[in-house]
Design a protein around this ligand. Structure first.
Ligand code: CDP
Length: 244
């Protein structure tokens, strides 16, 4: 959370947020399965003004070999932001933040992927953030699940993700960049809707125990909405006219 910007009205007297949304309204979400012909699976997501492309490769041989595991497959995730994805040019070298988000997304996906089905191999997930506007880890995690399914990787469930948060002492769904910077709390949640399990939960900011519970509830409900769009993206590619 950045310091609060006194000039910014995050929630007006009618309960409308700085980008015109209601408190429980997600941004516009568009997910497309497929698109990269050289990847085994791929997905593209627009989550508000976030634009993210994900390519999945594998299961394939592990290099260096000593990283392989005879009992299970391994998942490797690289989250990368293009230098032009944010207002102030980002250094192309991997930042600590990108390394941390890569780890967070990998750990959020692992419970969903049946890694034991392909021992000694690796599945690589490459995430390219083309445009960022708050909530990229959730959008990336959501798209990565679709790309893994598109690659035909055996999965227990997909992980759907969205952030809940708090602005002007009010719990909100789907925190944008301004709300992240000037708001009171940001809680990204990754959830497997069929298994009813949370695989990612982070909290930046301060909440009362009641607000915390509300954020989890609002976030989980938001994940269920995201899940429908993930399934639609896969249905459109494999059973509809949206495939390639
Ligand atoms: O994107 P997410 O909310 O998952 O992660 P964050 O570290 O909380 O970053 C919030 C937002 O800050 C990003 O989505 C970007 O819009 C912005 N950001 C930026 O402007 N410059 C950076 N080098 C990193 C992030």
């Amino acid at each position: 959370m950045g310091g609060r910007d006194a000039t910014m009205v995050l929630l007006d007297e009618n309960g409308i947020r700085c980008d015109g949304r209601k408190v429980d309204e997600p941004r516009r979400i568009m997910i497309k399965a497929g698109g990269l012909k050289n990847a085994d699976g791929s997905a593209y997501i627009e989550f508000g003004d976030n634009k993210i492309l994900v390519g999945v490769f594998g299961p394939r041989d592990v290099h260096p070999k000593h990283m392989s595991d005879t009992d299970t497959g391994i998942l490797r995730v690289r989250y990368h932001m293009e230098p032009f994805s944010v207002g102030e040019r980002k250094n192309p070298a991997p930042s600590r933040r990108e390394i941390e988000i890569s780890k967070v997304i990998k750990e959020a996906l692992e419970p969903a992927v049946m890694l034991d089905k392909f021992p000694r191999t690796a599945v690589d997930v490459f995430i390219e953030v083309l445009q960022a506007d708050g909530g990229t880890r959730c959008a990336a995690l959501t798209a990565a699940s679709v790309a893994l399914a598109d690659a035909g990787i055996p999965m227990r469930d997909m992980v759907s993700a969205i952030a809940a948060g708090k602005v002007a002492d009010t719990v909100i769904l789907d925190v944008n960049n301004e709300e992240d910077q000037a708001g009171q709390a940001d809680m990204p949640i990754g959830y497997m809707p069929n298994l009813e399990q949370i695989t990612l939960l982070q909290l930046d900011g301060i909440l009362t125990p009641e607000e915390y519970k509300k954020c989890v509830e609002v976030g989980v409900n938001g994940c269920k909405l995201v899940y429908e769009l993930q399934k639609k993206a896969l249905n459109d590619k494999y059973f509809g006219n949206g495939g390639d």
